[in-house]
Design a binder for this molecule. Structure first.
Ligand SMILES: Cc1cc2nc3c(=O)[nH]c(=O)nc-3n(C[C@H](O)[C@H](O)[C@H](O)COP(=O)(O)O)c2cc1C
Length: 180
């Protein structure tokens, strides 16, 4: 049976390049992985007080992550770190204390940027949070996609060179998931 991978896209923008990259990864992945974007834009900001009677959006999000076999983050960098929406999702999933949904789920991270740097800082900041919530993250190969506005053909498909890169990366991630 295919392993279910919850994909968190750090950008909430409709035409997000990261969302497009996430969709590309789904297309390129083998039948052994079932990638599904879990939306994070509707999650109320984490507030410990609300955990007495948690918002439905938190409960739904937590159960989707709980039922996943792995976690894949595809995100831009905002002001040299991860977008607030993504950090909020990490926080929501990590509580209530003792009931975190993250531990042990094999993770992968892809960052992209319209600049040449490919979201390097954000990539390592998500790694930092995932270490603490006990998501074992694939270390290599890394994925920093630079110039993310320029990797698309006129018909909306991804340019061949980036497709090859992403294919190699998602196949490595599949092997990583299978180790768990
Ligand atoms: C609030 C904000 C902060 C940003 N900060 C950075 C940054 O620190 N580094 C970077 O490379 N790009 C930065 N960018 C540019 C993003 O790389 C670019 O907007 C990218 O397209 C966002 O990803 P998306 O297409 O998936 O929405 C920033 C964009 C926004 C909106």
């Amino acid at each position: 049976m295919a392993k279910k991978i919850a994909v968190l896209v750090g950008s909430l923008r409709k035409e997000s390049f990261n969302r497009k990259i996430a969709n590309e990864l789904e297309k390129l992945s083998s039948d052994n992985l079932d990638l599904e974007i879990v939306e994070i834009g509707n999650l109320p900001l984490y507030n410990e007080d609300l955990d007495q009677n948690p918002p439905q959006e938190w409960t739904d999000f937590r159960s989707k992550i709980k039922s996943a076999d792995g976690i894949l983050v595809v995100s831009p960098e905002y002001n040299r770190t991860i977008p607030g929406a993504l950090k909020n999702a990490v926080d929501v999933g990590s509580r209530p204390y003792g009931s975190s949904v993250w531990p042990g789920k094999p993770g992968g991270v892809v960052t992209s940027s319209v600049s040449a740097l490919g979201g390097l800082a954000a990539n390592h900041h998500i790694r930092q949070a995932f270490v603490f919530v006990d998501v074992p993250l694939m270390q290599q190969p890394e994925a920093y996609i630079g110039n993310s506005s320029q990797i698309w053909n006129e018909d909306g498909s991804c340019v061949e060179k980036t497709q090859e890169f992403l294919k190699n990366w998602i196949d490595a991630y599949e092997k990583w998931v299978n180790k768990f």
